[in-house]
Design a protein around this ligand. Structure first.
Ligand SMILES: Nc1ncnc2c1ncn2[C@@H]1O[C@H](COP(=O)(O)OP(=O)(O)OP(=O)(O)O)[C@@H](O)[C@H]1O
Ligand SMILES: [Mg+2]
Length: 272
């Protein structure tokens, strides 16, 4: 990518799962201009960029629920099709169904995909165990905390054998300790259930803590201004020299774009 910064060599994965080559406008408003990138099979890709630059719009296009003005998104070499491809979305606000208990909320995606009942039971039980909601299966959303609701939404996203999991600032409304715990938990789930993930965040610490790679977008019209590899073993130590260096590189790029870091940008603590 011309003009894009790249740091370090990325180990596997090497098979491209998603190919993006789009431009998008809403009427006269040009949101994305020749946005081109790939997401590798089972990669955890973080996307960061200024507020309003078109990150949510990008996720909608990746999900196949919004057609780009030009170009296309390919999943496994075919144009994305939300009816065929298994795509999970985790939103900023936890999107639980209030009339279903935790177990049934987690099972929703599998029911929609008409997965056979014994397989569904096994998959839901497994993922509930991984996210630590075993004792809360019969609770309803109003009986659990915001962090637990988001865990339900994440469990639901990982329960189906998703081709692609899209996460749009899923921890932004959580308090900082809960956010840090959720960051560790989402990595824990992803390490058990490798999937291709595109995770949008304003928070550079979060991006470097989670991602195999960080794609930084400019403000509208959004273009890729940097693709930064994060070749650090997990769990990452945000106080390490390498982590600090990569975060500083991202911050410099954002700074040159005129983006101020969010007020709640603090370094996630790693206890291991
Ligand atoms: N349905 C729509 N119709 C017209 N304009 C839209 C629509 N959706 C988004 N926009 C505009 O497109 C631009 C990109 O919006 P988008 O929500 O994708 O940005 P974002 O990067 O996700 O922002 P934030 O960081 O605040 O979440 C904004 O200027 C927004 O006002
Ligand atoms: Mg958004």
């Amino acid at each position: 990518m011309t003009g894009a910064a790249s740091l370090g060599a990325r180990a596997a994965p090497s098979t491209s799962k998603v190919e993006v080559d789009i431009s998008h406008r809403y009427g006269p408003l040009v949101v994305h201009e020749e946005l081109r990138f790939s997401v590798m099979e089972n990669e955890f890709l973080c996307v960061s960029g200024p507020s309003g630059c078109g990150k949510t719009t990008l996720l909608d296009i990746l999900a196949g629920i919004l057609q780009p003005s030009e170009g296309q998104v390919l999943i496994d070499g075919r144009p994305v099709d939300p009816k065929r491809d298994r795509i999970s979305f985790v939103f900023q606000e936890p999107s639980t169904l209030p009339w279903l208990n935790v177990w049934d909320n987690v099972a929703t995606g599998l029911r929609i995909k008409k997965v056979a009942t014994p397989v569904m039971r096994r998959k839901v039980d497994e993922i509930i165990e991984i996210v630590g909601l075993r004792d809360y299966e019969t609770y309803y959303p109003h009986q659990i905390s915001g962090g637990m609701k988001q865990r339900v939404a994440i469990a639901r996203a990982f329960a189906i054998d998703a081709d692609l999991i899209l996460m749009d600032e899923p921890f932004v409304s959580l308090d900082q300790p809960t956010r840090e715990r959720m960051q560790r938990e989402v990595l824990h789930i992803w390490e058990h259930r490798r999937r291709t993930v595109v995770f949008v965040t304003h928070n550079l610490e979060e991006a470097v803590f989670l991602g195999d790679r960080v794609v930084v977008l400019s403000s509208k019209p959004a273009r890729i201004v940097a693709e930064i590899d994060v070749p650090l073993a997990r769990p990452r130590n945000p106080l390490s020299h390498e982590f600090t260096h990569i975060r500083a590189t991202c911050a410099d790029i954002m700074h040159t774009l005129g983006v101020r870091p969010p007020r709640n940008a603090t370094i996630p603590k790693v206890t291991s």
